[in-house]
Design a protein around this ligand. Structure first.
Ligand code: G4P
Length: 529
């Protein structure tokens, strides 16, 4: 068995996140090309859920099936072992992305310089902030006529509520884009576009007053000097520890499609991004170097083929060494389990592994034992924290169309919610079930899967709720009083936590004012605070 400390120091586990279309897939592909994990451009792209498929959920499910293959992309770069966790770009699967973010140690956030900060970017950043995840920003598509970089920096800082620190700076933009100046390494990376291809050319310029700069970029040299002086005055020296604590996000500029600025991003990433980090369980902080294995399930992928009902549960290893065929404790079920074919997935190739180390993600075949958030250990009773559910955005009442299949319907809903396809709330009075999702598409998926996999018929009736808020109160009398008075708007989540269903933003505000003793939470994370 390899030395665990050495294995940990080699690993970086991260995700690339972006609003759809900003360039996540393109950047992923370029990283994999650098790592030699794929040979040709286009290999990842073909796994992407295509925009044209938005109304065709079957096509999306099919592609989701393919994308199991790229759930974790492992590649080596300069002696480092990089685990890149894939996140679905489609907004209706945002919950999948949020959960994947619980399994990474850092992220690269891609922003389109033409569009700036978009809706999905804001939400993803919120999730990163909840866990103080270190973020590197990559401003993409510099070959397009985008926003002024200073304006863009202001916009990102304001909308994403994070302080930035540019480590590179663009020289002009759009058709006049000349390249970037690397503030960190003090060199110029020139963008040389010919009709066939784009080339990167590095020129070392430690002093910007050097006339070489004028020779290389002509009239843009003075502008660059002014910009860099301003930047250095405002931002000072870069301090890696503020990045690692999630307080400051370094920024790079480039053009992923042209493979420009990608190498310096990757090289800086492997230098500054964190190795597998310690993680909290409900009882203590677990260090990755600990001898005993532990890890948690953050994603479950069901096979939509009714003939193959198995599921794949994705496990993030947090400490110790995971070994094939060894018995581990499934803490929630208090059950010993062993896995004979733990797998890694890469570019449609499935490999059975014998050992895995902290930071690694492996797929375990599951016949219904796992749900998201489950912890495996070598015997210790502890559960990893911080795998939250967020308030859904769309709510519908579940209508059973075939009373003969009530049991099947309940089983189906239980299993689909365990997989994280949707959330279910049971209304306080009566047994009405409300299904909550982040996208319309999920309802089609649920209806189809209930029919095909469980033989149950369901329909959904629209209900006008704005948010589901988990509620807590220090004083149990206040809590009971609230639940009694708001009985018509009260429900319970799958774990029997009380949830207030607010019909509008205005009602929510009013209720918050009227009941100061009640705390309203917008994610189930409060349970693990
Ligand atoms: P996503 O995964 O974040 O959704 O984005 P993706 O990489 O698929 O990129 C979205 C579109 O933006 C693609 O174009 C891609 O080629 C383009 N793109 C990515 N990086 C750059 C860049 O640096 N500059 C420019 N100008 N475009 C870039 P598409 O037309 O939607 O797809 P395709 O036909 O090129 O595959």
């Amino acid at each position: 068995m390899a030395d665990i400390k050495n294995e940990i120091s080699k690993r970086k586990t991260f995700a690339i996140i972006s609003h759809p279309d900003a360039g996540k897939t393109t950047l992923t592909e370029k990283f994999l090309l650098y790592g030699g994990a794929i040979q040709t451009a286009g290999a990842v792209k073909s796994n992407k859920i295509k925009k044209s498929a938005t109304s065709d959920f079957m096509e999306i499910e099919r592609q989701r099936g393919i994308s199991v293959a790229t759930s974790v992309m492992t590649f080596e770069f300069k002696g480092m072992l990089i685990n890149l966790l894939d996140t679905p770009g489609h907004k209706d699967f945002a919950e999948d992305t949020y959960r994947t973010l619980t399994a990474v140690d850092s992220v690269i956030l891609v922003i389109d310089c033409v569009k700036g900060v978009e809706e999905q970017t804001e939400k993803l950043m919120e999730v990163c902030r909840m866990r103080d995840t270190p973020v590197i920003v990559f401003v993409n598509k510099l070959d397009r006529d985008g926003k002024d970089p200073f304006d863009l920096m202001d916009e990102i800082e304001a909308k994403l509520d994070i302080r930035l620190h540019p480590l590179s700076w663009p020289i002009n933009r759009g058709p006049f884009f000349k390249g970037v100046y690397n503030i960190f390494d003090r060199n110029l990376n020139l963008f040389r576009a010919s009709s066939q291809k784009v080339e990167e050319e590095y020129v070392s310029i430690s002093n910007l007053d050097n006339e070489e700069l004028d020779r290389q970029i002509g009239r843009d040299a003075d502008q660059l000097r002014t910009d860099i002086e301003l930047i250095e005055g405002v931002y000072g020296d870069f301090d890696t520890s503020t990045y690692l604590s999630g307080k400051i996000a370094p920024v790079f500029f480039g053009s992923a499609i042209n493979n420009f600025g990608v190498r310096e991003l990757l090289e800086t990433f492997i230098r500054i991004a964190p190795n597998p980090r310690p993680r909290y369980t409900d009882t203590r902080l677990v260090e990755p170097e600990e001898k005993k294995f532990s890890g948690f399930i953050f994603k479950i992928h069901a096979n939509i083929d009714p003939n193959h009902r198995n599921r794949i549960a994705f496990l993030r290893i947090c400490s110790g060494v995971f070994e094939r065929n060894k018995f581990y404790k499934h803490v929630r079920l208090d059950k010993e389990m062993r896995f004979s074919s733990p797998a890694t997935f890469m570019a449609s190739e499935k490999n059975i592994i014998d050992e895995a180390y902290p930071g690694d993600v492996i797929g375990l075949y599951d016949t219904g034992n796992f749900k998201i958030g489950d912890t495996l250990t070598e015997g210790e009773k502890m559960t990893y924290k911080g795998i939250p559910s967020f308030s859904p955005e769309i709510f519908r009442e579940l209508i059973n169309k075939d009373p003969m299949k009530t049991k099947q319907l309940e089983k189906g809903i239980m299993q689909l919610t365990e997989e994280g396809v949707a959330q279910v709330f049971t209304i306080l009075h009566g047994s009405t079930k409300i299904i909550g999702t982040v996208g319309d598409l999920q309802f089609d998926v649920i209806q189809y899967r209930l029919k095909n996999e469980y033989g149950a018929s369901a329909e959904f009736r629209p209900i006008n709720y704005y948010k589901a808020c988990w509620i807590t109160a220090e004083d149990p009398t206040e809590m009971n009083n609230f639940i009694r008075t708001k009985a018509n708007y009260m429900a319970y989540d799958r774990e029997n936590n009380p949830v207030f269903l607010a019909s509008s933003e205005w009602i929510l505000k009013l209720t918050q004012q009227d009941y100061p003793a009640i705390q309203f939470h917008f994610s189930s994370e409060f349970k693990t605070d």
